[in-house]
Design a protein around this ligand. Structure first.
Ligand code: NAD
Length: 477
């Protein structure tokens, strides 16, 4: 078992102030793989003090100096890529092939996206009225991340903080702390000055809340559940911090009769199941035009039955377990709620797949004849569970798509480009994917409504970490 009890503070690996061990489990075997420490407010104080001190000089570095450090980090990340793959597979249970192609790849993609954006960022500008506008680093940033796409969220927060000249304290998810610690090693190896990046492990109630409340933190960037996002916002309010939030989703996927059904329904089901359904922007509510409903249900049934679960350490396109026992219980409860509320089970259902008694494995599950008022249509399941809902008109599809507290992503499948544009314009979501259009590095990621505030990635992601200063120059003589 790995001993990972130290925190990374002020450029060194240090012991926690008070020992408090937590075992990190492999979700496929339920066996402990490492022991970490759970930090307290005192550890957070120490890390924030280091970040505050480092800000004095780091905030004055040039764009060229910071670009050179980011380029070094990119080189180190690429060299140690396989370690990142193995770490995420071990602590999250994401299968090896998927981790190599997706989970770890985002660490390269986002970093490159931010390097490109930083080269384009105008940190000094002049308004038509003659005033000068400066964009300056916001200060000391508190970063809290979840377990589901761990290095994705870490890169989307740590990199823009460091790119803009801010300093930070990261508190990663206590379920997947090992990839964050590996990232800390890489940052150290890249040669960032001491105190610019700090890492303290711990839970939300203690370490997380201490960060949100801290008076020397200037900004909180949080990704996770809406529940915790509200708690962070409340805790940060006393000291009037900037708070950016990336929260949950219940993304609609409108399938019109004129779509390439075979291709788009297959792709949509697989996307819903990707990462065992543990993606905030997963297309989990499929709205289907009634004239092709039976045809779509047949395609979904075939794809759902062919979906395989399997050992994450094996190569292949199968899905792995859920991250934890708690998550397993939540997903089971929602599958049971779907059955109790009268949705028709097409594929899967409650319980573990045959032959997978050990590990937090669940059956890929599809419900049809779902009504948008059912819990499986309103709540984020965060497991491989798809809800299919019929509709009659374009107007009705838009209304049902928007009838949710969330507004992260939306998906439209149609052979009519004019309709795609018309419908996309009316969907209340931060990102609309048309006919499988993928998310591209450098584009903003974030949501409307209760899916959050702010945007991550590329130039928009840098702007969230910048203050705007107006310099009123005297009138020209
Ligand atoms: P979670 O909210 O329980 O935990 C996320 C992080 O917040 C963890 O580091 C946790 O320790 C911390 N935390 C929990 N309570 C806190 C509190 N009161 N104060 C401060 N920190 C606290 O969520 P999770 O179960 O780890 O992640 C799954 C959720 O994250 C899902 O709802 C998912 O949709 C959402 N998510 C959103 C995005 C996005 O970009 N929109 C991306 C990934 C995950």
């Amino acid at each position: 078992m790995l001993d990972k009890r130290k925190f990374y503070i002020n450029g060194a690996w240090v012991d926690p102030i008070v020992a408090n061990d937590l075992e990190v489990l492999n979700p496929a075997t339920e066996k402990p793989v490492a022991v970490i420490s759970m930090g307290t407010a005192a550890d957070i104080d120490r890390a924030v003090a280091a970040a505050k001190k480092a800000f004095v000089t780091y905030s004055q570095t040039s764009v060229e100096e910071r670009l050179a450090l980011l380029e070094k980090l990119l080189a180190v990340y690429k060299r140690r890529y396989d370690e990142m793959v193995d770490t995420i597979t071990m602590e999250l249970g994401a299968p090896k092939t998927m981790t190599r192609e997706q989970q770890a790849d985002v660490g390269v993609g986002h970093l490159q996206g931010f390097i490109d954006a930083l080269k384009r960022l105008k940190s000094r500008d002049r308004l038509p009225n003659g005033d000068v506008i400066l964009r300056e680093p916001i200060g000391v940033c508190g970063l809290i991340t979840p377990w589901n796409w761990p290095i994705n969220q870490i890169a989307l927060k740590v990199v823009p903080a460091l790119a803009t000249g801010s300093t930070c304290v990261l508190k990663p998810s206590e379920f997947t702390p090992l990839n964050a610690m590996l990232y800390a090693e890489m940052i150290d190896e890249a040669g960032f000055p001491a105190g610019v990046f700090n890492l303290v492990n711990g839970d939300g109630i203690n370490a997380g809340a201490a960060l949100s409340k801290h008076r020397d933190i200037d900004m909180m960037s949080f990704t996770g559940s809406t529940r915790a996002g509200i708690a962070v916002s409340k805790d940060a309010a006393e000291t009037v911090k900037r708070v950016t939030l990336e929260l949950g989703g219940k993304s609609p996927n409108i399938v019109f009769a004129d779509a390439d059904l075979e291709d788009r329904v297959t792709g949509s089901v697989l996307e819903c199941f990707n990462n065992s359904g543990q993606s905030c922007d997963a297309p989990t509510r499929m709205l289907v035009e009634r004239s092709v409903y039976d045809q779509v249900v047949e395609i979904a049934k075939r794809v759902g039955r062919e979906a395989k679960v399997g050992d994450p350490t094996q190569e292949g396109s199968h899905i792995g377990p859920l991250v934890s026992h708690v998550q397993f219980g939540r997903v089971q409860a929602l599958i049971e709620a779907g059955i109790a509320e009268g949705a028709r089970l097409l594929v899967g259902g409650a319980g573990k797949p045959e032959g997978f008694e050990t590990g937090y494995f669940v059956k890929p599950t599809i419900f049809v004849d779902v009504n948008n008022d059912m819990r499986i249509a309103r709540e984020e399941v965060f497991g491989p569970v798809l809800a299919i809902i019929p509709f009659d008109t374009e107007e009705e599809a838009i209304a049902v798509a928007n009838d949710t507290n969330y507004g992260l992503a939306a998906y439209v499948q149609t052979g009519d480009p004019k309709r795609a544009e018309r419908v996309a314009a009316r969907l209340r979501a931060g990102m609309v994917h048309i006919n499988g259009g993928p998310h591209r590095y450098g584009s903003p990621f974030g949501g409307y409504k209760q899916s959050g505030n702010g945007r991550e990635g590329g130039i928009f992601g840098l702007e969230d970490f910048l203050e705007v200063k107006t310099v009123h120059v005297p009138d020209a003589a």
